[in-house]
Ligand binder design. Structure first.
Ligand code: MG
Length: 240
């Protein structure tokens, strides 16, 4: 049973997953080490491999944002470029891509102070997740947290066929939850995916601000801003 805080206009709280609820860096570090051990350890040290991976990853996602590469090509293309960078043939790219996804999928670590607040919010509001990611990575991670029973919706971009900030993925979530945009709050760390998406879908936004980052020019002030989801409960209790 849900009861709505009389002060709060919201009944549905949508959360981004990585860097908002979960420590993505921990999952990525584990996945990188796994790949390095199986593919690269004789050619290069882990630190160098990590730096090269991150630079290739960054340029790949720029290409996705600019429409030059389809999101479903990221995993294999990134693996191919890493292999080529270190002088290997690209033939093992699909195996390496799979191993990286497996590594990511096997680590699900809450950010500090987030779990208890998430569970407390889930007792009083409908909660859902909206994430840009792969089904085979994001489903097992959320399953490991044992929060699936509290979720009224779980939108993964690969399944939805659209990425945040496309309004469609937020609309899917609200439809499944049976809530209107006025009754919904999006909580996330990314300005380009989460905040822009909330604006596109006409819903309020709580910005989980990474390291006191400032908003790019042209963005309005979000409804709420916090260093961590750990502060969300008190923000909601104070009213929207
Ligand atoms: Mg995020």
């Amino acid at each position: 049973m849900f009861f709505q805080m009389s002060e709060s206009p919201y009944e549905l709280i949508l959360f981004d997953v990585d860097h908002t609820l979960l420590d993505f860096d921990a999952s990525e570090a584990y996945a990188l080490k796994l790949c390095w051990q199986q593919y690269f350890c004789e050619a290069v040290d882990l630190e160098t491999y990590t730096v090269v991976f991150k630079s290739i990853n960054l340029s790949i996602w720029h290409e996705v944002e600019n429409g030059k590469l389809k999101p479903n090509r990221v995993s294999e293309e990134r693996a191919r470029r890493c292999l080529r960078h270190f002088g290997f043939s690209g033939g093992k790219a699909s195996g390496l891509g799979e191993l990286f996804a497996e590594g990511l999928a096997s680590v699900a670590q809450w950010l500090p102070d987030v779990e208890s607040i998430f569970r407390s919010v889930a007792r009083d509001f409908k909660v859902g997740l909206v994430t840009n990611g792969l089904v085979r990575v994001q489903r097992p991670r959320v399953a490991a947290l044992q929060i699936e029973n509290s979720l009224v919706t779980y939108q993964i971009s690969e399944e939805a066929g659209v990425l945040k900030p496309n309004a469609r993925i937020f609309q899917n979530a609200m439809e499944e939850a049976g809530s209107s945009p006025e009754q919904t709050l999006m909580v996330g760390d990314s300005v380009s995916a989460d905040f822009q998406g909330a604006i596109n879908a006409g819903i309020d936004f709580c910005w989980i601000r990474p390291d006191s980052a400032t908003l790019p020019l042209g963005f309005p002030k979000p409804k709420f801003a916090a260093e961590s989801v750990g502060e969300l409960r008190s923000l909601l209790d104070m009213g929207g």
